[in-house]
Design a protein around this ligand. Structure first.
Ligand code: ADP
Ligand code: TZP
Ligand code: MG
Length: 263
């Protein structure tokens, strides 16, 4: 049986620096989530400095949620630097269907070798040219509807593809897993998907098996969500409890509490 908890202990032992080009909504939430988990977050996006910071990082994550053309230039520079230095990078195609800028940027990024693509079902379907892309940043499709698109995207790009929702799906194009951990309050707190992308970055930094590391990251995040949801009175108290739970979950807790099945 897979010890999903070992991925958490490896991540915490390494405490990787995770550089995130992310949106204005997510920056603070995501930095706190990464710190609570045991990683070191950095947020930057300026074209003039992003190559230097990328080269120092253990992983890079890309999210164009509030990006303009200048940010996009920073994104490409960071990804090129990551590629040149064999630094894994994770692409979050947030609300990819809402504009030409996002669709065109996503198409170019998918050709640049992401280690992982993490999005909700509507975003993954949109990358495959299917569906309407959800409602802004929110999914309107079920994860099961996006599984074939995820497998095809993984085969096309060589990336691990993670589709999140009530039950997550992860595939490397050959293998697949369902992750049932999570809590219904999670989609009611903004930027928890964006922040999960950072956690995936932390787990894949230095990992030999990126698909397994991604699956472990999703189980860890969902398990923390379950614990936080237990005592929460609503999205506000959940958000505070979620940070505490991310810090409190141990590798043994994850080994015992991960609800992962081969798919
Ligand atoms: N209805 C739900 N029940 C349990 N967990 C959920 C639910 N919806 C989302 N999650 C969890 O919330 C996290 C963020 O996923 P998601 O909401 O799909 O991302 P995004 O915010 O990018 O749309 C993931 O860990 C996912 O498993
Ligand atoms: C609301 C919003 N608008 C642009 S980015 C963003 C945050 C989206 O966060 P998530 O995808 O984690 O729900
Ligand atoms: Mg999202």
């Amino acid at each position: 049986m897979t010890d999903w908890g070992s991925h958490l202990s490896t991540m915490r032992a390494q405490a990787p620096l995770v550089l995130n080009i992310t949106n204005f909504v997510a920056m603070n939430v995501m930095a706190n989530v990464l710190l609570a988990a045991g990683a070191s977050p950095a947020m930057a996006h300026a074209e003039e400095e992003i190559a230097e910071i990328t080269a120092l990082s253990g992983a890079l994550t890309i999210n164009f949620g509030t990006a303009d053309a200048a940010w996009m230039r920073g994104i490409f520079k960071a990804v090129e630097t990551a590629r040149d230095n064999a630094i894994p990078w994770v692409f979050d195609p947030v609300a990819v269907a809402v504009s030409r800028l996002r669709r065109d940027t996503a198409a170019r990024l998918l050709d640049m070798g992401p280690a992982v693509v993490r999005g909700n079902a509507s975003e993954i379907l949109a990358l495959a040219g299917r569906g309407v892309g959800g409602k802004g940043v929110d999914a309107t499709d079920g994860v099961a509807e996006a599984e074939a698109a995820a497998r095809a995207l993984a085969a096309q790009t060589g990336a691990v593809v993670a589709v999140t929702g009530p039950v997550d799906f992860v595939t490397d194009g050959t293998r697949g897993w369902h992750v049932s951990n999570g809590h219904p309050l999670m989609p009611l707190v903004t930027a928890l998907g964006c922040s999960l992308t950072g956690i995936v970055g932390a787990f894949v930094s230095g990992a030999d098996d990126r698909a397994a590391a991604t699956t472990a990251a999703l189980a860890y995040y969902g398990l923390a969500g379950e614990r936080a949801g237990d005592g929460a009175r609503g999205p506000g108290s959940f958000q505070v409890a979620f940070l505490d739970a991310l810090a409190a979950v141990t590798p043994d807790d994850l080994a015992a509490g991960a609800r992962v099945a081969a798919a």
